[in-house]
Write a new protein. Structure first.
Length: 177
């Protein structure tokens, strides 16, 4: 489940990503169409559980959240770097988003879904498996986002290209699809 962004927000993310790209020798860069913020990762979900998942989404309600992404970070695992832009974890928007995340996980677990228990870090992936000859220097712009819907995304490779497709959404505050 994810928060998707408008084209204008994605344009700002792409500009930041380009600043990263020119400082790297190698990397896998998030495609413009795939920029999103993951709220809950479900993995492979059997088709027979989709209706239950849709119902859980329809029952979920929360007001929209305004969040500002304003700092750059890097996760390193097995000497592979994943670069992202994130939100101050103690900012009001991040705290509200963390609450949504926790309530979503709780609802999903009640419905019998396995959920990822790693600590929530509100971030948008810019690139992964980055290699760079010199230290990377990026200035984080302030990117303000209004999270007003949650989307259930399908992830698949189409002709060798990772593609995310929205298959269900819930509008925050009204609970409507």
């Amino acid at each position: 489940m994810a928060i998707n962004f408008s084209g204008g927000i994605k344009d700002k993310l792409l500009e930041l990503q380009e600043q990263l790209r020119i400082q790297t020798s190698k990397g896998i860069f998030t495609r413009f169409e795939n920029f999103h913020l993951t709220l809950a990762f479900l993995g492979e979900t059997p088709a027979e559980k989709l209706n239950l998942l849709f119902r859980l989404m329809e029952e979920f309600n929360s007001p929209p959240v305004d969040i500002v992404f304003n700092h750059i970070g890097c996760f390193t695992h097995s000497r592979k770097e994943l670069w992202w832009i994130g939100s101050d974890p103690e900012s009001p928007g991040s705290l509200l988003l963390r609450g949504i995340h926790e309530r979503l996980l709780s609802r999903l677990e009640e419905g019998g879904f396995a959920v990822d228990k790693r600590p929530f870090n509100a971030h948008i992936t810019l690139a992964r498996e980055i290699k760079h000859p010199l230290p990377i220097v990026l200035e984080a712009p302030e990117i303000a986002i209004r999270a007003d819907r949650i989307s259930l995304m399908k992830s698949e490779h189409i002709r060798g290209i990772l593609t995310y497709t929205e298959i269900q959404k819930v509008v925050l505050s009204s609970g409507r699809r």
